[in-house]
Each structure stands twice: as structure tokens, then as C-alpha cells.
Write a protein of this length. Structure first.
Length: 152
């Protein structure tokens, strides 16, 4: 990172940002064509979880290239200055890399859905097998991540 004073080094602080984020942007690439998609997510034990339909662009891309990147950010605030060129932005963010896989087993999917639901509501839920069977769950094993903050 070029601006070392903005770098977040502690994993605990990065995981705090993840716990407060509402959206994770998942970056995929096939044939040197990038694609980014904002998703609801859950995070536990260095893994991100996303639910998605069984078919679609994300699924096709992951099956072709499982290397992904992700980004989350929180606490955005424009800091205005008299001269607009001196304005800045306050934020906290995490960017990382990992490998995506698809969960197949019903119980694996249920556990992942619990992690996602718990991220937003603080509670878990019961899922009908038919509902779980009709969706896919993407698991991203985080290999590395960095954090950045400005104005904090």
C-alpha cells in the first residue's frame, strides 16, 4: 500500500469492518473480462458465504475461474473543503483475495445460510429443504486481505 499511514494491519480491525458492512462486492474474471457484483454475505473463520440462484453469470464464471477478489467499505463521509480539490472522503475498507467453491450438501448450505442471516439479523432461521435445494451457496476461502482507513 502506497499510503502506509492509512493501512490497517490488524486482522481484528479488518474483521470488525467486515462485521459492520452491509454489502460485499465480489470480483470475478474470465478470459480477461472482469465482473463485479454486490452481494449480501456472511463471514466466519476466514470464509465468506453468498447465496445465489443455481444458474447465472456468477455461477458460470466461478466454474471457469474460482479465483476471486472482494471489497467491503463502511463509514463513508465526504469531508468538504472550501476548495473542492482539497475535499476528501472518510472511510474504512477491506479488500481481499480467495478461492470460491460451491457448497453441495444441504447441511453445509444451511450452516452457510445461518451465517449470512446472522450477519444481518443476529439470529438463525429454519430453512425448508426445498428452498435450500433450489439455491446455490458460494464459499470463498479468504487467502489474503488488507484494510485501509482514511480520516479515522
Amino acid at each position: 500500500m502506497r499510503r502506509k499511514e492509512k493501512e490497517i494491519l490488524g486482522r481484528e480491525e479488518m474483521e470488525s469492518i467486515i462485521s459492520k458492512a452491509n454489502v460485499c462486492r465480489l470480483g470475478l474474471s474470465v478470459d480477461n473480462i472482469p465482473y463485479i457484483v454486490p452481494l449480501n454475505f456472511g463471514y466466519r473463520d476466514s470464509c465468506l458465504y453468498f447465496h445465489t440462484p443455481k444458474v447465472g453469470k456468477k455461477m458460470d464464471m466461478i466454474k471457469t475461474n474460482n479465483r476471486v477478489c472482494f471489497e467491503m467499505d463502511i463509514d463513508h463521509e465526504v469531508v468538504r473543503a472550501e476548495n473542492p480539490c482539497d475535499s476528501s472522503m472518510k472511510f474504512r475498507s477491506v479488500i481481499g483475495y480467495g478461492r470460491a467453491s460451491l457448497l453441495d450438501e444441504i447441511e453445509e448450505k444451511r450452516r452457510a445460510l445461518d451465517i449470512i442471516v446472522e450477519h444481518y439479523s443476529g439470529q438463525v432461521n429454519e430453512y425448508k429443504e426445498k428452498m435450500v435445494d433450489h439455491l446455490s451457496v458460494i464459499k470463498v476461502q479468504v487467502e489474503s486481505m488488507t484494510g485501509k482507513k482514511s480520516g479515522y
